[in-house]
Design a protein around this ligand. Structure first.
Ligand SMILES: [Zn+2]
Length: 95
């Protein structure tokens, strides 16, 4: 398998569009080819970022049940928000 072919197939490998056999062939190539391995890593990284988006900018403990509603109410009342942070609510637009 050539590098050129592998590069063209990386998308399909990550999206699991290909058969296991074909994916393994590509993965096998990346194990012996640093360039294609780097390509695969970069693509995986990008895909992960896309899947995670929109990314909440708060730690998990911030999302304790009820906290979010509380902050929404605080916003309504224009009261100061806990932790001195302005809530980042723009990601709600996507829902
Ligand atoms: Zn290669």
């Amino acid at each position: 398998m050539t590098c050129e072919l592998v590069r063209q197939m990386l998308d399909g490998v990550i999206d699991r569009e290909f058969s296991l056999e074909l994916r393994n062939a590509v993965i096998e190539h990346t194990e012996t080819c640093a360039d294609c391995a780097a390509e695969l890593d970069a693509l995986r990284h990008t895909v992960n970022l896309l899947r995670m988006a929109p990314t909440p900018e708060h730690p998990p403990e911030w999302w304790i049940e009820g906290t979010f509603e509380k902050i929404l109410r605080q916003q309504d009342l224009q009261a100061p928000v806990e932790h001195g942070r302005a809530p980042q609510l723009t990601f709600l637009d996507d829902k």
